[in-house]
Design a protein around this ligand. Structure first.
Ligand code: FES
Length: 213
């Protein structure tokens, strides 16, 4: 994982849109008195969505002020979680490649090679057209469908280099594929059919009334 620090070029100010501001107040009000700081992650996420997919430093201060938190506390949160982007990202897609052990053993580095070839040789560097960026991150919780990437809020799973190229082409043409497994399995069901609990007699029950005829 790369060093996470604020980008040197920052906007001077940040303000939530009226709509997002109203949403933020509703979100803060969900928490008991004295626990408003619990809203920090959803507010940072909404700020990031509003600001072209990355979180500028003035937004960190705005959120801290809204929640009466010290700036350093919110800065720590923004720099800890890789869900928060601290520098500009691709306009169409920011690819987060999981590089943790299960994905690594299933070919994550081949996916990184695609990103290096198609986007930029280094993570966090925009593609020439500014439409794509990528980085390697730690486990994204979809290990059973390794290797995988996350793009914005969605995960794309059971990948090969060719499948990742298809996904990138889909985003480039405005027709991204459906999220989830890219080999058609449902969630993490066995890719080659069931291999256990296949004896139907075990479902018969004591009376045998549930047996298939
Ligand atoms: S190791 Fe890649 S999702 Fe968990």
């Amino acid at each position: 994982m790369s060093v996470r620090r604020l980008h040197p070029n920052q906007p001077k100010t940040f303000a939530f849109t009226p709509q997002n501001s109203a949403w933020a107040q509703e979100t803060i009000a969900k928490y008991p008195d004295g626990k408003q700081a619990s809203a920090v992650i959803p507010l940072l996420w909404r700020a990031q969505e509003q600001h072209y997919g990355w979180l500028p430093e003035p937004a960190i201060r705005v959120v801290a002020d809204m929640l009466e938190m010290a700036y350093i506390r919110v800065y720590e949160i923004a720099t800890f979680y890789t869900m928060f982007q601290l520098q500009p990202v691709g306009k169409l897609a920011h690819i987060q490649v999981c590089g943790t052990t299960p994905c690594m053993l299933r070919g994550a580095q081949d996916l990184v090679a695609v990103c290096k070839r198609k986007i930029s040789t280094q993570p966090h560097i925009l593609s020439e057209d500014g439409n794509f960026s990528w980085e390697e991150v730690e486990c994204l919780g979809v290990c059973a469908n390794a290797p995988m990437v996350q793009i914005w809020k969605d995960t794309y799973e059971d990948l090969t280099p060719d499948l990742l190229e298809t996904i990138l082409n889909g985003f480039a043409s405005g027709t991204p594929p459906k999220a989830g497994s890219q080999i058609g399995r449902i969630a993490s069901s066995p890719s080659a059919g069931f291999t256990t609990l296949t004896d139907k007699t075990i479902y018969a029950g004591n009376s045998g009334s549930n047996q298939e005829s």
